[in-house]
Design a protein around this ligand. Structure first.
Ligand SMILES: Nc1nc2c(ncn2[C@@H]2O[C@H](COP(=O)(O)OP(=O)(O)OP(=O)(O)O)[C@@H](O)[C@H]2O)c(=O)[nH]1
Ligand SMILES: [Mg+2]
Length: 311
């Protein structure tokens, strides 16, 4: 068996090595990825984002159990796994505390790189594809809902759960960050806390006032800590996924996301390429100097550099 075949057969060590190569931009990774790609497209990606410390990782640990009970094989990609704000535990640690640690049908991977593949979201999505090729059919993607990159990743998910919790000032923050707009499901976690119900009602009201044309998310109350509401959450999301699969209007959201991914890769790579070309080009520095002296305008200077380095 060659390396790609081993991964497709579910060899987790081989899979982990490929992920590392892809993360590092190691050229050995690309041919393997290339031969695995035709075997992907079977997994469904579930985005899990929300405010720092809302309980995303704890919730995912419980969610894994619901998905395993239904016979799914579960991959998890945790981006920036623990935010500095909250002292939230690493997802891997949370899961190690549960019985999933030794389960071969659960695979957890953290990503922190922003470089090699053209940004955080491309790295996370590539890793999700490797998990898909390894036969994991549900992939949970955790990101903190702070920062455009982290929120952008959710565009690649088949369904997105936004996790909020009472007492975080979340109602306003979530609005600001545009989190409510991307939610298919709004999870109000920590419903064991005293102010939880009031917060849930506020979130519900805020969500129902979403901008016209955007969907109104389903609100689900959970306590990840006490493992309440997680089965319901799992049901709601599975229902959404099943409905998407049977989409009657013929549009294929997965196809749109792939186009997005390719466009993303092109623009990020072009940006990298031109940035380093300019850094190595003494004429470019002279040109910048002329822009600063008002001898040439920025648009014309940009045209000159585009022509020279991307043409
Ligand atoms: N009371 C209560 N606490 C919870 C619940 N879920 C999580 N927590 C606690 O909230 C804190 C943060 O939990 P995490 O699961 O690490 O939260 P997170 O959203 O993944 O955090 P970051 O990844 O750092 O943004 C921990 O102390 C958890 O024990 C819950 O349902 N109820
Ligand atoms: Mg976390």
């Amino acid at each position: 068996m060659d390396f790609a075949e081993r991964i497709a057969a579910g060899d987790t060590r081989a899979g982990a090595r490929l992920m590392r190569w892809l993360d590092d931009g190691d050229p050995r990774g690309f041919p393997v990825f290339e031969s695995l790609y035709p075997g992907t497209g079977k997994a469904r990606l579930i985005g899990v984002t929300g405010s720092p410390g809302a309980g995303k990782s704890t919730l995912i640990a419980a969610w894994i159990r619901s998905l395993r009970d239904r016979g799914h094989r579960v991959g998890v990609v945790a981006v920036d796994p623990s935010s500095p704000f909250t002292g939230g535990a690493l997802l891997g640690d949370r899961v190690r505390m549960t019985h999933h640690a030794l389960d071969p049908d659960v695979f957890i991977r953290s990503v922190a790189t922003r470089g090699a593949l053209g940004g955080l979201s491309s790295s996370a999505v590539m890793i999700a594809y490797v998990l898909d090729a390894m036969g994991f059919d549900r992939i949970l993607l955790e990101t903190v809902g702070v920062g455009q990159d982290e929120i952008d990743i959710m565009r690649h998910a088949d369904a997105t759960a936004v996790v909020l919790a009472p007492g975080h000032g979340d109602e306003v923050q979530a609005h600001k960050a545009g989190l409510l707009e991307i939610a298919d499901v709004l999870v109000v976690n920590k419903s064991d806390l005293p102010d939880a119900e009031q917060a849930a009602l506020q979130f519900e009201a805020a969500a129902s006032m979403a901008r016209p044309g955007t969907r109104i998310p389903v609100v689900v109350r959970t306590s990840a800590r006490e493992n309440r509401g997680v089965t319901e959450l799992c049901d709601v999301v599975e229902h959404l996924l099943a409905r998407q699969a049977a989409r009657p209007d013929g549009t294929d959201p997965a196809r749109v996301r792939l186009e997005d991914l390719v466009t993303d890769l092109v623009s990020k790579r072009a940006r990298e390429r031109i940035r380093s070309a300019i850094a190595d080009d003494p004429d470019a520095m002279a040109l910048m100097e002329r822009v600063a002296r008002r001898e040439i305008d920025p648009f014309s200077a940009a045209d000159i550099l585009m022509e020279r380095h991307l043409g």
